[in-house]
Design a protein around this ligand. Sequence first.
Ligand SMILES: Cc1ncc(COP(=O)(O)O)c(C=O)c1O
Ligand SMILES: N[C@@H](CCCC[NH3+])C(=O)O
Length: 435
Amino acid sequence: MITDNHPFKINEAGHLEAGGVDLVNLAETYGTPLYVYDVSIIRDNCRQFIQTFKELGVQAQVAYASKAFSAIAMLQVVNQEGMSLDVVSKGELYTALQADVPVNKIHLHGNNKSLEELTMAIDHDIGCIVVDNFYEIDLIERILHDKHKTIHVLMRVTPGIESNTHQYIMTGNEDSKFGFNLSNGQADQAFLRLRRNSRIHVKGLHSHIGSQLFESDGPLLAAQLLFQKLDYWHTEYGFIPDVLNLGGGFGIRYTAEDEPLSYPAFVKELVSAVQQHAAAIEIPTPEIWIEPGRAIAGNAGLTLYTVGAMKTVPGVRHYISVDGGMTDNLRPALYQAAYEGVLANKASLPNVQTVSVAGKCCESGDILIWNLPLPAVEPNDILAVFSTGAYGYSMANHYNRFAKPAVVFAENGKSQEVVRRETYEDVVKNDRSYE
Ligand SMILES: Cc1ncc(COP(=O)(O)O)c(C=O)c1O
Ligand SMILES: N[C@@H](CCCC[NH3+])C(=O)O
């Protein structure tokens, strides 16, 4: 039963709906496991960010961090909503080009960009490269020289902040694989080197301190440290940044215990801090860029599973097993991430039992949800797990040779498959027999 402010509705049949489409029907039509997105929620998430910047009258770019869920249809939707795009690999850049995202709105990230990736980005004149390390500067300089080209860059810096999130999704701490360290001289060295090259335009700084943040204190502290450095570079070298990119990381609600700051409130705090810091060091307010991934895709998506085997360990636990698991949602196994779910075919029935939802991989750790209250469960019920829209499909894998599920978009009462379900031919397509 849906008990609180979920964006999904229950229809007259007592079934869960997304985008005006009955999810039990979708499970029948497309099979399970199935990722379903309510496209109006994706659009609304984009608009919340973009509108807030507009209302505040500041120059901004809101780039969707496509690692959260990269697929042509998804990139088409965010592009329609006026978003820019953050990509971190040749595959994500290729997907963006296939989706006809304007190249000047694409930003390339990565802590180990290959010569091939950088060449592709430079050949396509993408909007900017977020430079991460000295090796990358060598590669960029070489490509620009050989091709007689120019490029805009942001410098990714590591401000030395321990964000309040899981250690694996923390990125701005001192001991991080990402970016130039702000306090040990690396950032200064990189800045001077990039500025010396007339083919490179340094647009400004980038910092991303972590993901699934509920408060603005981390990014605000990062902004303060970035401005200390900008103050120094302004005084010493007359540098005025065009852009300050404060990254993504805006947290979402996975369970009732999660209470993230609203996106407009988060953006307002960031903007006001940047404006104050810029005024204090007497430079114009730079364009503010952000890169939400989870906040755009996360709560718009859910996963449908069919319930199969059940097992009771007397006095301990009641397990229900579903036809997916850590292959379509790695987050519980990787980060002990918590989720909520309901039976889509019994969405209005009261909860009468507590179950733990097991995936079907050959791993004891493949448990999608511990202690989920549900109505009486039977085999063939359809379980909907909420907020799987970010880092679900994008981290899906073939463990135990599972085929990846399909993705369906639902909007205004219509549904469309936007990523087809893999077949077992797909699963073995790269295998070659050993002669
Ligand atoms: C550089 C960068 N930008 C943006 C993001 C998107 O993060 P989120 O999906 O939490 O908004 C990430 C991931 O943490 C990242 O590393
Ligand atoms: N994949 C992670 C977040 C990492 C984001 C990229 N730096 C998650 O599922 O929460």
